[in-house]
Design a binder for this molecule. Sequence first.
Ligand SMILES: [Zn+2]
Length: 143
Amino acid sequence: MNGTVGDDLDLRMLATRHRALTYCVLGIVLANALIPIFPLFPILCAILTVFVVKVLVALRVNRRTIVLACVGMFVPVASMVILLAVAWKASAVLQRAGVRVGLFGTRPEEMVRYAHEHHRCLYCWADMSSSRTGYCPACGLRA
Ligand SMILES: [Zn+2]
């Protein structure tokens, strides 16, 4: 599995996808406030579902749950519950690992700080604690 080490989650990937989901929700809420786009509801659900699936994959949730979430994203009230639950879960996992999560998710600079403090490669998130040269043992890039 690219970008992951052992059972550790790729927090950088999770943070990026969680932030993308947050901005997508914000964009849709703003667009909806400016222009009534109710007839576009299924299209918006499809867009949000893509972002939800990306976060669930980064969280390494099993396939059955992902399929259920996809179906639920097209049910009006269930979609909001799923959206909130996925965003909350991603946020909780990141915070438990010691990542600072703001209102709009995790800033890229925060993940750079976290990677340096926890000896992680910025490019593939591999463990760099054994590297004495500063080059990543997994991808070979200097992090
Ligand atoms: Zn690397």
